[in-house]
Design a protein. Sequence first.
Length: 366
Amino acid sequence: MRRGGDSRRARRQFAEQPGADGRVRPPGRPLRHGAGPQPAAVRGAPVPRSGRGGAGGPGEVIGLLVREPDPIRTLSLIGEAEAAGVPAVWLTTVGAERDGLTLLAVAAGMTERVRLGTAIIPMWARQPVALVQEVQAIEARAPGRLLVGLGTGGSQQMKDAFGAESRRPLARLAEYVTVARTLLREGAVDFAGGFYAAKARIARPLATPLLVSALGETAFRVAGRVSDGAIAWMAPWRYAEAVALPAMAAGAAEAGRETPPLYFHVPVCVEADRAAAYEAARSQVGVYFNIPSWAAMFAAAGHDPASGMTEAFFEEVVVHGGQEAVVRGLRTLGGRVPGDVIVHPVLTGDRDAAWRRVIEAVAAAN
């Protein structure tokens, strides 16, 4: 991250940038609840994936992350989301809890149209050829619907759970994606690197997008160089514009390829009571201010991580309000992001009712 004068220049560059609701304001000045312009054009039905490496075109769809501790409840919500018209659902994996990609294999057998993505699974849990094996199995049942998001995960958590090495995690991630993506795209790989070695073939090539989680400038550059897209979680949009997108473009240029999409993963609270939405966001996603890698990103975007989730950060990053306000905010964001939007639900009140509200909002925003 930038230090000293560079960080001060970055903060000045970030000034007067639009927040999640589309309004422009100086940092630290929150908007009134529910404010924001109606987008110039309403987003229509989901667009099929473009031919851009199978990864999809800009501003494609608004998807929904489903995060419940009970796998059966998770599968039920995936079914409800598809029935409501949500075009993409995403699962995450934390530590040793149920594996998101395995659960998507089950979901593939009970759904017909919805895209199925991981945001994210840790790379440490599978060797890259083993990942390709599982991808082939899921693609057989859900052809063209799978997106695999990978990440390094928190270093201590990954070390505790998988015995992961902390040495050069981004270089390891780049090799991992190179092995898996080459095998998928070309049907064969013969690779020997500093972290992985693989010689393997599959029956036929697949265009399954391999995405990587990114926070800092180097990670976004890696994503641009080797992957089918970067997943940015809780990034202020002005940080994405000033750091993430230029870094992805630079990485892509190094590799002589087109810049892949950015998948913008954002907290969303469908709650008309602003105070309740703010407290829910502080409680459910405020922990990221205490994680050094996220804290560095927040600081680079002009937010003091020591202050936690301030009113200014909440207004800039969390899409919130009643149903209509959230739909407007998501459409505005979807028109801005060069890739998909991933909705991370911040739930309030009765959990089942909160899930219904967010599913309806995501479906309406597409």
